[in-house]
Design a protein around this ligand. Structure first.
Ligand code: FES
Length: 80
């Protein structure tokens, strides 16, 4: 699922960096992903994802759904 619409960061990207680089700060994770915080509306969700990673919770099974809108295509992912 896209967490950050400003940068296109997905939950899987945030999880990977949090886990692989043992990072806990969403702002630092965004820097590592190459897209720094812009509006900041996504940071609470990103923080929850980071906390889940470090608590040992994973979202390994994902279902991907494509939603078409007149203006753009969004790719949504949700845990089963
Ligand atoms: S939605 Fe993530 S910085 Fe704006």
């Amino acid at each position: 699922m896209y967490v950050c619409l400003c940068n296109g960061h997905r939950s899987s990207d945030i999880e990977r960096v949090a886990r692989d680089q043992n990072m806990t700060c969403p702002k630092a994770i965004y820097q590592a992903l190459g897209g720094p915080v812009c509006c900041g509306t996504c940071l609470d969700v990103a923080q929850e994802i980071v906390e889940d990673v470090h608590a040992g919770k994973t979202t390994t099974t994902m279902v991907e759904t494509v939603v078409e809108t007149p203006m753009m295509s969004h790719r949504l992912m949700a845990a089963e």
